[in-house]
Design a protein around this ligand. Structure first.
Ligand code: MG
Ligand code: MG
Length: 257
């Protein structure tokens, strides 16, 4: 069952995802060598609560924190801990909000200090792969058009596209139908209709696509321990094209100040 959203509901979802964007910016302002991932989690949680929302990840299927923070070889779902951020790390921060009956869900991978040229390229390509996917998120296309665009762009750089985790519909619940894989064939999968809201979230590995699920029950890391990047937008399918509800400009302006 795919739930279509009204214009009013999409505006509430925009409110959620702009709050996530601002919370990610707040994390970015505090992200530097020497801080722990738990400290960053607490910054995000406080910011979300201070703005009248609930952290949607906390307790979700038993997840023990408000942010998923995944460093370097960690792909997604890293549990905040005493791990100390080091110069040269890349740090994926995935945040969720629950406000006015709807969920916000977006993620950004930050470069900390002196990051290698290879890792910087991985971040740029993953973000661009997300944009290639968004460009296909229009009425009359199919989910596979998004998937193929993300996969084709990322693989053209020799990167591995993670198969085990996918994007998803989002609304009153964090994970709704349809699934939005980052791999697949054009013209396949569910038809995109006006009023659908989906999270497109490429998880792209510098090395192979193989991943390992850690024994903590959550953390996913690359099998070859090479870095992985993750960017996530919530996108509404509108009559006049894709409407990105997340705003990375808020994050990037905060980083440049
Ligand atoms: Mg997310
Ligand atoms: Mg998501």
């Amino acid at each position: 069952m795919i739930y279509l959203k009204t214009d009013e509901e999409i505006e509430i979802m925009r409110e959620n995802n702009l709050l996530v964007s601002r919370a990610l910016a707040e994390v970015g302002r505090h992200l530097r060598p020497g801080v722990t991932t738990r400290y960053l989690n607490d910054i995000a949680e406080q910011y979300i609560r201070d703005n009248g929302a609930e952290p949607a990840f906390l307790g979700y299927q038993g997840f023990p924190a408000s942010a998923c923070i995944s460093v370097n070889e960690q792909v997604v779902h890293g549990i905040p801990s005493d791990r100390v951020i080091e110069d040269g790390d890349i740090v994926s921060v995935d945040l969720g909000t629950f406000l006015k009956g709807f969920v916000g869900d977006s993620a950004y991978t930050f470069a900390v200090g002196d990051v290698s040229a290879e890792a910087r390229q991985l971040l740029e390509v993953t973000k661009e792969a997300l944009c290639k996917g968004v460009a296909q998120a229009k009425v009359g296309n199919r989910v596979g058009d998004i998937s193929a665009a993300v996969q084709g762009y990322a693989e053209s750089f020799g990167y591995g596209v993670v198969r085990e985790l996918v994007g998803h519909g989002v609304g009153r619940k964090m994970h709704e139908s349809p699934e939005v894989p980052n791999f697949g064939a054009r013209g396949r999968g569910p038809l995109l209709k006006e009023g659908m809201v989906i999270c497109i979230e490429p998880m792209i590995n510098m090395g192979t696509r193989a991943v390992v699920f850690e024994r903590d029950g959550w953390t996913v890391r690359t099998k070859d321990r090479k870095p992985s990047a993750h960017f996530e937008y919530a996108v509404a399918i509108r009559r006049d094209g894709p409407d990105i509800l997340t705003d990375f400009n808020i994050i990037e302006q905060a980083l440049n100040n």
